[in-house]
Ligand binder design. Structure first.
Ligand code: FES
Length: 574
């Protein structure tokens, strides 16, 4: 591959008024890092370094980068790593989601500003891969994703455990008085025992599988455990492929088509994936100028069964899916429903990659299409006067009896109110009531935290209640389970109907009919609407990133991206 005037270190020169001087100076400074003239003549492959002392999921990033570098050099390129923001899920307040768009801006601008011919995006924890793909779609430079991979499971007193479905389950047992302080502390020490991302079908696993289905990752890359040596070999292959992509001009816009997103959504439904997969993929599609048709996703859901038996919807963990063949057996079962001619980062189509995958072998993690875990896909899209722009429920993780339910609303006005009252023994609440949490959306919380998994009030938990219908404008961790309606749009903080619900109102959920209704007459609602006042501004809302976020962030149905980052859509998913 030759270097023209717009490749390698000659690309995007710093403005000093004299192009020759700019290149002379750049090379001179590069030589200070030990590079030779021969190095500096090669195509440059950037590698994002998202290692951070605040990101346990990215502990292996340095080793992955070394392997990617080898691959880039074998491919004839010059590997250059550069840092970007890293988002470690449990360390960020108020929620990592508040910073996904900030990371996408950082990553996009660094891709655009540096003299890169291609970029390898090394990420893993929940928000990092979506942010990187949003950036890649916007920068439209050849880009290839490499995830850190899932953790291995461990066990506690003979019971197999994994983060973080079992974190929640065991914490629920502690809240119910079934475990004491010492036991829950022991559990805490055994939930996350290796490097890597959460090993259930949480957001990280969901996004990894969707990214592979989307075509932005080498085939087989989603499920390899973080600590398995095959992941290092994949990293090397990813680096080599990045150099080739630079030569081929294989930019994201050739891969990120409506049909490719449809494939990713099919996989989301078939794996019983995290509801966050819907928000993040909608945001990535938005960057590519593609609007996501929520009702189209619901139609897909009705014909796409849940095939993957992983927690929280099923029984297994990601290392089991890896041993079962990873994404390939899932795609094989979905084959008639997929758009097989979509291009992938390999330069081959999804269908060609599937043909080249190892043959199927007996396994129990991915079910045959005819014998699914659930007949309908994991996520249903709800409509009604409580959610004019939609809401969703992960039906595969809900108690079936609550999928059609009417009950009395018990309203919490925000996260502080929830924390203050949920465990109060004086709270008037019964198992058949509907817990409503509002002001927890993109602007309301702010950042739409994973607070939709409203805990069962302690007095009911102690009485053995395991699930209740819960409704909010928040998100939910992909590792959580229950009859939980999420992403109600528009959110309460901008005056959506959720803001008008009062304790004692009746709410009806009918998932088979995809309906979510507040059973209050329109006249009463109009009076409440006229009296409604927006919540008080958040502390710090007058400046900085929080101000930009609050001014610009969109609602859940558009992926919660900033308005200024989304081009007008020119296409829609099927
Ligand atoms: Fe990073 Fe779960 S904490 S994926």
């Amino acid at each position: 591959m030759g270097n023209g005037h717009d490749t390698g270190l000659r690309k995007g020169l710093t403005h000093y008024g004299d192009a020759g001087f700019s290149l002379f100076l750049r090379k001179s400074f590069a030589k200070a890092m030990g590079y030779s003239d021969a190095d500096l003549d090669r195509p440059v492959v950037g590698i994002t370094n998202t290692a951070s002392g605040f990101n346990n999921c990215h502990q292996t990033v340095p080793a992955l980068i070394e392997a990617v570098k080898r691959g880039v050099m074998y491919g004839g390129g010059l590997p250059v790593e550069f840092p970007t923001i890293s988002l470690g899920e449990p360390y960020l307040a108020p929620t990592s989601m508040l910073f996904r768009n900030l990371m996408s801006i950082d990553t996009e601008e660094m891709i655009r500003a540096h003299p890169l011919d291609a970029v390898v995006l090394v990420g893993g924890c929940d928000k990092t891969v979506p942010a990187q793909l949003m950036a890649a779609a916007s920068a439209n430079l050849p880009a290839i994703s490499l995830v850190t991979g899932p953790m291995m499971t461990s066990s506690w007193r003979g019971e197999r455990l994994g983060a973080c479905t079992d974190c929640r389950r065991q914490w629920g047992r502690f809240r119910a008085g079934e475990l004491d302080e010492a036991e829950i502390a022991e559990v805490g020490g055994t939930l996350s025992t290796t490097a890597g991302t959460c090993m259930v079908m949480g957001t990280a696993s969901t996004i990894a599988l969707m990214t592979e289905a989307l075509g932005m990752m080498l085939a087989g890359g989603a499920a390899i455990p973080a600590v398995n040596a095959e992941r290092l070999r994949l990293a090397e292959a990813t680096g080599a492929r990045a150099v080739a992509m630079a030569g081929e001009g294989l930019v994201p816009s050739r891969i990120l088509t409506p049909a490719a997103f449809a494939n990713a959504f099919r996989v989301l439904l078939a794996i019983g994936g995290s509801t966050n997969g819907l928000i993040h993929m909608t945001a990535i599609a938005g960057r590519a100028g593609i609007a996501v048709d929520l009702d189209g996703i619901d139609r897909m859901g009705r014909e796409t069964p849940v095939l993957v038996d992983l927690k929280p919807s099923g029984a297994h963990y990601m290392e089991d899916l890896y041993k079962a063949g990873g994404l390939a057996p899932i795609l094989r079962e979905l084959r008639p429903l997929l758009n097989l001619d979509c291009l992938t980062v390999s330069g081959r189509t999804l269908g060609a990659e599937l043909d080249a995958a190892p043959p199927a072998w007996p396994q129990t993690v991915v079910r045959p299409f005819a014998e699914p875990l659930a007949r309908e896909g994991g996520i249903a899209v709800l409509r009604g006067n409580l959610a004019p722009d939609g809401a969703i429920i992960k039906q595969s993780a809900a108690s079936p009896a609550l999928l059609t339910h009417e009950g009395r609303a018990v309203v919490f006005d925000g996260l502080d109110d929830l924390a203050r009252r949920i465990d109060d023994d004086a709270l008037e609440v019964a198992p058949e009531d509907v817990l409503v949490l509002r002001n927890a959306g993109p602007k309301g919380a702010p950042g739409m935290p994973e607070s939709g998994y409203v805990p069962i009030p302690r007095k009911l938990a102690r009485a053995g209640v395991k699930d209740m219908l819960r409704i909010s404008d928040a998100r939910m961790s992909g590792t959580a389970f229950g009859a939980i309606v999420l992403h109600v749009a528009p959110e309460a903080a901008v005056g959506g109907p959720l803001a008008l619900v009062e304790t004692g109102d009746r709410i009806r959920l009918d998932v088979p009919r995809r309906a979510l209704a507040l059973l209050v007459d329109e006249e009463t609602l109009a009076a409440r609407r006229a009296a409604w006042r927006p919540p008080a501004p958040h502390p710090g809302a007058e400046r900085g990133w929080l101000k930009l976020h609050l001014d610009q962030v969109g609602q859940a149905d558009t992926g919660c991206d900033l308005d200024v980052l989304r081009p007008p859509p020119t296409a829609t998913t099927p």
